[in-house]
Design a protein around this ligand. Structure first.
Ligand code: LMR
Length: 399
């Protein structure tokens, strides 16, 4: 060919999480351990198929597959609302929540950013420092400039709460503030109930727009308790809530998520829902069906729902026990390495405090993969790989 139309296209620098996962797959070493991407694996290192989801598969069968509506499966949307807000929430009673089925939690944040760009343009977007780095990318793609509020206190390995509050107070009124209500990614440290209340006061006083990204409901304390911040906030003020079923349903590849916008009244919610449908239509028309049916079937059936909650509890309990096991084995190897990060943080991730260089050393020498920021996915630990991870961790910490 003589003509090059795309010669100017720049190479993709790679995604810090997904491209690393590709490298892990391509690594020929047998003893490699994947603690990078946020995927829960069981004691045998497999992504579980939950019993509740298996039963739902049997129920949905190979029926016809028409298009879903733009806003998704009605039972799914109902399930999202009850799970996120609680069935008795006043906002649901008043019918002032607009909810759509989305393509994963990422799709939910993406549609939220598109919606805000169209209807509340030109605002500053604040995300936590650090955060899931796609938060920056999704809001920038929608046309926003993103900036950060302090979140991680490196020295104390906890939340820099004073810094966070000061930044939220100093931000322009009406800014968009992205919050992770539970199991913060990547740090594994969350706000206390009092801190949540204080953040709520500042956001409401400043007229900020809260966007909650709740990707790990059930992995912190329980499915119900983990939603408490969102539920209290939604009783107080308008907000947007993105949620994901990738992790708590172990349905990563089905891309099941939800976006809910809490409005002032039912009329506003109706109009907002219409605009969300339009955003979906312009982007991918309507969401896919099979995952939607699975989630709707589990959440819409009392027995399957109870079984599913038990299965989420099991995943959480196993992650907690792996944290303790790794901490114990690191301690057995060295008294000098601080393991408090494993015991004080919760959810799928821990922020180890390791440098990018130390993370690289673990990967190159031992085939133990962490994200470059030092984030470790504890949901990838099991009894077989913990000794290797402990040894590698101690080696780089002392080396
Ligand atoms: C992660 O943070 O590893 C997960 O949420 C997967 C992703 O999409 O980045």
């Amino acid at each position: 060919m003589t003509q090059s139309l795309f010669g100017h296209v720049e190479p993709f620098a790679g995604d810090p999480i997904l491209s690393l996962n590709d490298s892990f797959k391509a690594d020929p070493r047998n003893e490699k351990v994947n603690l990078s991407i946020g995927v829960y694996t069981d004691e045998k290192g497999r992504i579980p198929v939950l019993g509740s989801v298996r039963s739902a598969y049997e129920r949905i069968g190979f029926a016809e597959r028409p298009y879903l509506p733009m806003d998704g499966h009605p039972g799914y949307r109902d399930g999202v609302q009850k799970l996120v807000f609680g069935a008795a929430h006043p906002a649901l009673k008043d019918k002032r929540v607009a909810t759509i089925q989305t393509i994963g939690g990422t799709g939910a944040v993406g549609i939220a950013a598109d919606f805000l760009a169209k209807h509340t343009p030109g605002r500053t977007v604040l995300v936590s420092d650090p955060t899931w780095e796609n938060h920056h990318g999704l809001f920038q793609r929608a046309g926003f400039k993103t900036t950060t509020y302090p979140y991680w206190d490196r020295a104390r390995r906890s939340v820099d709460f004073d810094g966070m509050i000061k930044a939220l107070e100093a931000a322009d009124s009406g800014s968009i503030v992205v919050l992770q209500p539970v199991c913060h990614n990547p740090t594994g440290v969350d706000l206390s109930e009092e801190q949540q209340a204080a953040v709520t006061e500042v956001l409401v006083a400043k007229g900020h727009i809260a966007v909650f990204d709740m990707a790990y409901q059930g992995f912190g304390t329980s499915v119900e308790a983990d939603a408490a911040f969102v539920r209290r906030y939604a009783a107080r003020a308008s907000c947007l809530v993105a949620n994901s079923f990738s992790k708590n349903f172990s349905l990563y590849g089905e891309r099941c998520g939800g976006l809910s916008i809490v409005c002032r009244d039912a009329d506003e919610a109706e109009r907002v829902l219409g605009q969300l449908k339009l955003a979906v239509r312009r982007s991918y028309s309507s969401p896919p069906m099979t995952g939607g049916l699975l989630v709707a079937t589990v959440l819409g059936n009392d027995e399957l729902r109870a079984q599913w909650i038990g299965e989420v509890d099991e995943m959480r309990t196993r992650m907690d026990s792996m944290r303790k096991l790794l901490a114990g084995q690191i301690r057995a190897l060295s008294n000098e390495v601080d393991v408090s990060f494993l015991l004080n943080q919760r959810g799928m991730f821990s922020f180890t405090g390791l440098s990018e260089q130390q993370v690289r050393a673990m990967r190159e020498k031992d085939g133990v993969y962490l994200v470059g920021s030092g984030r470790m996915c504890v949901a990838g630990l099991n009894e077989e790989n913990v000794p290797k991870v402990a040894r590698s961790f101690v080696d780089v910490s002392q080396g």
